[in-house]
Design a protein around this ligand. Sequence first.
Ligand code: ADP
Ligand code: MG
Length: 457
Amino acid sequence: MAEQQVVADLRENCATPASLLRDVAAAMADEMCAGLEKEGGSRVKMLLSYVDKLPTGREEGLFYGLDLGGTNFRVLKVQLGGNDKHVISRESRELAIPPHLMSGSSSELFGFIASELAKFVADEEQGTSLSNGKTRELGFTFSFPVRQRSVASGTLVKWTKAFSIEDAVGKDVVAELQTAMQKQGLDMHVAALINDAVGTLAGARYYDEDVVAGVIFGTGTNAAYVEKANAIPKWEGELPNSGEMVINMEWGNFYSCHLPVTEYDQSLDNESLNPGEQIYEKLTSGMYLGEIVRRVLLKLSLQSSIFGEIDRTKLKTHFHLRTPHISAMHHDNTPDLKIVEEKLKEILEIAGTSLETRKMLVEICDIVTRRAARLAAAGLAGILKKLGRDGSVDKRRSVIAIDGGLFEHYAKFSKCLEATLIELLGEESSKFVVVKHADDGSGIGAALIAASQSQYR
Ligand code: ADP
Ligand code: MG
């Protein structure tokens, strides 16, 4: 039957046997070396973050963080106790970014952010505010590719995810934010510009010195890790005292001929805001998984009669089926798949499905998400391989901190990722590797890096 053929083809084209994943991991490690070798040496940009020291746990004082990801943005402040007291108190506020600001102008976006930040500061409880006239210090987590020349400046290389604000490309996003804050009369100094992967690394390292990498699986995906300064041939500046540098990989743009790219991925890419770019991200991150499933379902509805006579308006709407929806269907434990039935009806206006059809739906979610999780694990294996920490050379404990809504909320994704990493490393070597969920690393990490870079230290 036609519908079974569509699913069988999908299953075959999305297959990720361990041999393929090992090739992907090796390609990732190679691209990392190529990207470090020279500017433009790889699609994986391996950007210098200029973070040459990570928080130690000894930082003290009040610091702010601002996190602009793909969907939400968050403002927070932390009071750091120093030594082993760590975070004494924290407060945060999260807001959705109004969609029209994602494609408006730079000044509108940063104006909005600065005004929300000003409100957050204005609402501060008495007693936690700064004393003795010091300027507030802020770490800014900005999760888009930025070319940096110092820890507190950086020009936007390009937008990714759902953002496309032309006039911001090529501009220093710290200067844009600083100007917007001034307009709001907000006395705050941007001490560090990082992205969410670097923030996750910093936030986790603050508590555990064996953390070697921070990785995001949220709306998009990215990874950052600690590299030896003398292993970065493209670096022309003075080497830091620490002998280390955090590298912002921008691995979402990774590509290898080993990646199992299907017709659905190709059309998704062609019709995206950034065709040809971020292919690894488009296979593995939250913004896209629901959209891939939607494309499969649309094909099913056109080539078979399993959905009956339906209005395809919703099914044809790009990004209408979202990753949280497929996650809900995928985790449906009711005997007759009631949740799948509900979601199909509610979101896609497909009613009256048979149990068999609903089972097929769960399988499609499984195929797409397993592929994502297994490719994600291959990426992690690639980093460990590059560091010699895949069990081959270095037998120290290695912790990878992971954050992002996809990893946090999509249990079948995170379980499969962890199981696949063990499969790739082998039982023996995986004893040395720990995958840890770093809750809210990206927000707090920015404040922590601001603290370790602080002008008042
Ligand atoms: P950002 O990447 O914008 O910083 P998050 O890390 O919070 O944001 O990730 C948000 C993404 O996580 C969403 O785009 C969505 O794809 C995914 N997500 C959120 N909730 C769920 C869920 N319940 N199940 C699966 N994925 C989810
Ligand atoms: Mg985020």
